[in-house]
Write a protein that binds this ligand. Structure first.
Ligand code: TRP
Length: 342
């Protein structure tokens, strides 16, 4: 009876969503749109953990001063986008040592063959031939530790991270088989209503990505007005003239129309009507202006936050403290289960 009662309470608890972002590049207009569509809703329905994966960033050489500054910058960008540090747990990965502690245990459970199969490892080692370090190889195990420490139910991941999430699920299986079940929670991919998918400005068949090497492909949320205008005006479009949504044949134009629609709140049909008889250039000019207007409060908030590193330090610390409460419970159970003295 009592057991059933407890179980009832447990199932009423909010589920956990966890998402990490490697500290490279800057957040983009695509992130902005994802954020306004999702965060407010997610933070009420779920317990949300967001962290900056600074340890993952180290798998590719980072200039120490730049990494340090960029970690502040990312933290400030998340806050500027409206992520509420009271309603969500926002923290920096390296501030919670349990990540690397759990990683070691999981590393000892992960067959080399599984890591060899990871397409991102293959791609990255081709790209960084001079620095194929072991961290690049064990990267997905650290990612598994990130997820499993928090008993995450769901992880919103893009296509490029799906295989890593699958590996994480395999690792839960290995742990269950060798030690005990019920200690690590099996995570699922979170397929939210992502709303609009924002594509690269120069190659609209690819998603807009913050780690794109060509910075003309994305608008960063902290780009200044001039840069935004330049990037949108030089976005690749087809050689047609009619402003009509056609994702297949006019992918570039359609992407701009999607962005316009999300930022203005107008439907695609409305936009088509507004631009009857006008040229692509008109749309670009209007969209550039709208984007600058939309992002300018974000940029202002960002600039403000970056002037106050003490405040950022404080928030990072309280986020890490809250994260650690949960992480320590999992690590303790895992250490005991594998036979380590506690
Ligand atoms: N590897 C992810 C990326 O590059 C970032 C990441 C690290 C992550 N740990 C995670 C994402 C845990 C989700 C869950 O995008």
């Amino acid at each position: 009876m009592i057991w059933r009662f407890n179980f009832g309470i447990l199932t009423d608890m909010k589920k956990t969503i966890l998402s990490g972002s490697t500290v490279t590049g800057d957040l983009t207009l695509g992130n902005y749109i994802g954020a306004i569509n999702n965060w407010a809703k997610l933070q009420d329905e779920y317990e949300c953990f967001y962290f900056l994966a600074d340890l993952h960033a180290l798998t590719v050489y980072q200039d120490p001063a730049i990494l340090r500054e960029r970690t502040y910058s990312f933290f400030a960008q998340y806050l500027a986008l409206g992520l509420d540090p009271k309603k969500n747990v926002i923290f920096v990965q390296s501030h919670v040592p349990e990540h690397t502690q759990l990683m070691w245990i999981l590393t000892c459970l992960t067959p080399m063959g599984y890591l060899n199969r990871m397409t991102q490892f293959k791609e990255k080692s081709e790209k960084h031939v001079k620095n194929i370090n072991a961290g690049l190889f064990t990267y997905p195990v650290l990612m598994a530790a990130d997820i499993l420490l928090y008993q995450a139910d769901m992880v919103p991941v893009g296509e490029d991270q799906r295989q890593h999430l699958e590996l994480c699920r395999d690792i839960v299986g290995f742990f269950d088989n060798k030690y005990s079940e019920g200690i690590l929670k099996m995570p699922d991919a979170y397929i939210g209503k992502m709303g609009a998918r924002i594509m690269s400005l120069q190659d609209p068949t690819k998603k807009m990505s913050k780690s794109d090497e060509n910075d003309k492909n994305f608008v960063s949320i902290i780009d200044d007005a001039k840069k935004i205008e330049k990037k949108i005006k030089s976005a690749a479009t087809d050689s047609g003239t009619e402003i009509k949504f056609d994702a297949e044949n006019k992918a570039g134009l359609s992407n701009l129309m999607t962005i316009y629609s999300v930022l203005s709140g107008k439907s695609i049909q409305q936009i088509e009507q507004d631009f009857v008889g006008k040229m692509y250039g008109h749309l670009k000019v209007d969209l550039a202006e709208l984007t600058v207007q939309t992002l300018s409060p974000v940029k202002a908030k960002y600039d403000d936050l970056m002037k106050n590193k003490d405040y950022l330090d404080q928030l990072m610390k309280s986020g890490a403290d809250r994260a650690q409460v949960r992480a320590a419970v999992t690590l303790d159970k895992v250490y005991k289960a594998v036979g380590l003295h506690r």
